[in-house]
Design a protein around this ligand. Structure first.
Ligand code: ZN
Length: 283
């Protein structure tokens, strides 16, 4: 009797453990989707008083002062959608929310950033937040300038990286890809921190992976683009999308690089430093 009772307890405990593990599996499998739902809900609550304009692929939220700029934002967003989806050969599921914040402070507040953080746009959890072009562009009909120097292509590229990898990526990878796609589509690139010369210093890949946000941002962004451009020059553009797909299957960045490039990670790292040092190869 006692034995059977004990066996019953073990069975119950095992069942609870299995249910717990299954729940963990479901949560980890869908954590990116859950994050997007949570971020979407938070935006809905905090921007409940904003006006909304819908285009074919976007829902744009804004306050009255920014209304004259909405046609320009809508046009640039749809153009970015076409160009970036073509580059990735992929479309996101559903419409993307764009929130237009009237100033840097309210954009920073929406993330809990300190006020010194200056950004023109941010991608986070399935949505794009941008600083109103009213703040930096002046005229509401500066379509070309907004399309070229505005944040839509860059931030939308982040969205597709997130979609394809199911949230399994690090900061240097998504910043490298977003800058690469942006440079190809609009021609825009951040200023070279070393003004065309060889880099005075750069970061080890480990630092770039672990602590991107606490590094010198100009160098960290520059280096991310250099690595992506090196991959394209050495292995062809297709390797970028193969790495993204491998990440989407749950592989680590190291595994995704090794499987796609056919070399071990240590060799990849040495090759990257070699290129950054300017040893015989152009980046
Ligand atoms: Zn970015």
């Amino acid at each position: 009797m006692l034995g059977l009772k004990g066996f019953g307890s073990v069975k119950t405990a095992s069942l609870i453990l299995i249910v717990f593990l299954l729940a963990l599996l479901v949560i980890s499998r869908y954590s990116n989707t859950l994050l997007k739902i949570a971020v979407g809900q938070e935006i809905n609550l905090k921007t409940a008083h904003f006006s909304v304009t819908e285009t074919e692929h976007f829902k744009i939220k804004y306050i009255e002062a920014d209304e004259p700029y909405i046609p320009m934002i809508a046009k640039a967003s749809e153009e970015a959608y076409q160009a970036v989806c073509q580059a990735f050969d992929q479309e996101p599921s559903g419409k993307t929310i764009i929130v237009v914040y009237p100033d840097s402070a309210s954009l920073s507040d929406s993330f809990g950033w300190d006020k010194d953080q200056k950004a023109m746009g941010v991608y986070w959890g399935g949505s794009i937040r941008i600083l109103s072009p009213r703040v930096w562009i002046g005229s509401a009909d500066a379509d070309e300038l907004f399309a070229r120097e505005g944040p839509m292509v860059h931030e939308f590229a982040h969205l597709l990286v997130d979609e394809i990898t199911r949230g399994n990526y690090n900061r240097w990878w998504t910043e490298g890809i977003a800058q690469y796609v942006e440079k190809n589509i609009t021609g825009f690139a951040f200023a070279d921190p070393f003004v065309g010369g060889r880099p005075v210093c750069y970061y080890e890949l480990g630092s770039l992976t672990r602590s991107f946000d606490s590094l010198d941002q100009q160098i960290a962004y520059w280096q991310s683009l250099q690595i992506v451009e090196y991959l394209v020059a050495e292995y062809g553009e297709g390797c970028l999308f193969d790495i993204l797909k491998a990440l989407g299957k749950g592989l680590s960045m190291e595994q995704a690089l090794e499987n796609t490039l056919g070399i071990d990670y240590d060799t990849f790292e040495i090759n990257v430093y070699d290129v950054l040092d300017g040893n015989g190869r152009e980046v």
